[in-house]
Write a protein that binds this ligand. Structure first.
Ligand code: ZN
Length: 250
């Protein structure tokens, strides 16, 4: 993965796993800067807060409004019903394990191997849409995370998908080795303060589904692991620029 889009990349079509959060919005901007055309995909499996699905549309609309060059490349949006995953997760709820929030802001009842399933469904859709690149916000850095988010897992999946589809299916994860502060910096590099501000105002990260007041780092409860991680990363991003966080908590 190079920093400047290659001529070869500029010919390709990408499908971005786009939840409407900070990470996937940064990934979407990264893809729009790089590829000839870009479509977006989200999964509805019954656990997602509706607010997140609403934010997806707002973020797409704002990207179109504020970034005309990207708007020209942004194609269809897809929502895949994976209610089966919700049912698998419900099965876990009936087991002996205590339900608790993990450091990454997701409940421990979440479906193991979820990202393998997501990317495999995404590849099936991508194939039908003539896209040869999948882009996801998986990251090894901020928390130990799930083994299905690790770089080697996804490289192995890329090989399996490309073999199974008998054609290139590249899995790109631009955030894999960077922390949240660097994710904020990446969004600034891609779209300047206009993109940083769009992400602050319109993306959704809060695990509890709260919008609430607008903090310097965005909307959210400010206390859940997802909000805490986002706020901490934003403070570090500002501190590295010699700026103080503007108001808000954390
Ligand atoms: Zn929160």
């Amino acid at each position: 993965m190079s920093d400047s889009p290659s001529a070869a990349a500029a010919q390709r079509k990408a499908l971005v796993l786009f939840s409407g959060g900070q990470d996937s919005t940064t990934c979407l901007a990264w893809a729009l800067e790089r590829y000839a055309s870009v479509e977006t995909l989200a999964f509805d499996y019954g656990q997602r807060h509706r607010i997140e699905l609403e934010c997806r549309h707002r973020v797409r609309d704002e990207l179109i409004r504020r970034f005309p060059a990207w708007a020209a490349k942004l194609g269809d949006d897809h929502l895949l019903d994976l209610s089966l995953l919700g049912r698998l997760s419900d099965t876990a709820l009936t087991s002996e394990r205590a339900i608790e929030l993990q450091a990454n802001g997701l409940p421990n009842t979440f479906v193991p191997g979820r990202n393998l399933l997501f990317l495999t469904f995404a590849a099936t859709l991508a194939y039908r849409r003539s896209a040869t690149v999948l882009v996801g916000g998986m990251c090894e850095t901020d928390y130990s995370g799930y083994p299905d988010c690790r770089d080697n897992t996804l490289k192995a999946l890329q090989v399996a998908l490309s073999l199974g589809l008998d054609g290139p299916m590249t899995v790109e994860t631009p955030l894999m080795f960077i922390d949240k502060a660097a994710t904020w910096r990446l969004s600034e590099q891609l779209g300047g303060q206009a993109l940083v501000q769009l992400i602050v105002e319109h993306t959704h990260t809060c695990y509890l589904g709260e919008r609430g007041a607008l903090h310097a780092w965005g909307h959210g409860c400010g206390h859940c692991p997802a909000c805490a991680l986002r706020a901490k990363g934003h403070s570090a991003y500002l501190a590295a620029q010699g700026k103080e966080p503007r108001g808000g908590s954390a």
